[in-house]
Design a protein around this ligand. Structure first.
Ligand SMILES: [Zn+2]
Length: 216
């Protein structure tokens, strides 16, 4: 009898195994799948083998997976697009989202703190430039006294307070553009600060004025 070397034994075993698989591969696969599901010991062993195999032959495994994906494209697509699979994916994404939300919050506040000075400076500059545009859009001078002043002295007065949705200055601070402000600007007149103060006072105290109790 010829004595086989370890290597020859291994090759022979592999060939026997391959022939057996060719004959009843499906049957063997079904059995082993069933066992994998029901037998935790078997499952652990299979996983260990697969992990080791993957670590030793990463390229082979990836190539094999690629071949499998190409061959079974339709099957994989169908499996990933059942209602259940879609719902599972949604849930997974939701979970990831909430898990990452805290992280993203922290990152963004870190970024803000690191650049706080630059960010607020840019915001103020943007507000300044937009206010210049708004003052120009409204004619550039006080509608009451005709004064042309520095933009810090110019205010936007709502003709009809009941139609006021917000104050222009608050939105300028929030970085709104002229285009976005136009609908609200159209309800306003440009007034210098002193005229604006006076108009506001007049409106508020119209009763006292009518009663002749205060001077206009
Ligand atoms: Zn004025």
């Amino acid at each position: 009898m010829i004595k086989l070397t370890e290597e020859e034994k291994r090759i022979r075993h592999r060939d026997v195994e391959r022939r057996r698989r060719e004959r009843k591969g499906d049957e063997i696969n079904a059995l082993s799948r069933e066992k994998y599901k029901t037998d935790p010991g078997y499952r652990a062993k299979k996983k260990a083998v697969a992990t080791r195999w993957f670590k030793e032959n990463p390229e082979n495994v990836l190539a094999q997976a690629k071949r499998y994906r190409e061959k079974n494209k339709d099957k994989i697509w169908a499996k990933a697009h059942t209602e259940e699979a879609i719902e599972n994916k949604k849930q997974r994404m939701r979970k990831d989202y909430s898990r990452n939300r805290q992280l993203r919050k922290e990152e963004s506040s870190e970024r803000y703190n690191a650049n706080r000075e630059k960010i607020t400076r840019n915001r103020r500059l943007k507000g300044y430039n937009t206010k210049t545009e708004c003052v120009e859009y409204k004619g550039g001078k006080c509608v009451v006294c005709g004064a042309i002043g520095h933009q810090s002295m110019m205010t936007f007065h709502h003709r009809d307070p009941s139609k006021k949705e917000f104050s222009i200055s608050s939105k300028l601070a929030n970085g709104w553009t002229l285009e976005r402000l136009k609908p609200e600007l159209d309800k306003c007149d440009l007034a210098c600060a002193s005229c604006h103060n006076y108009i506001t006072w007049l409106i508020k105290n119209i009763d006292l004025i009518e009663l002749g109790l205060v001077e206009q």
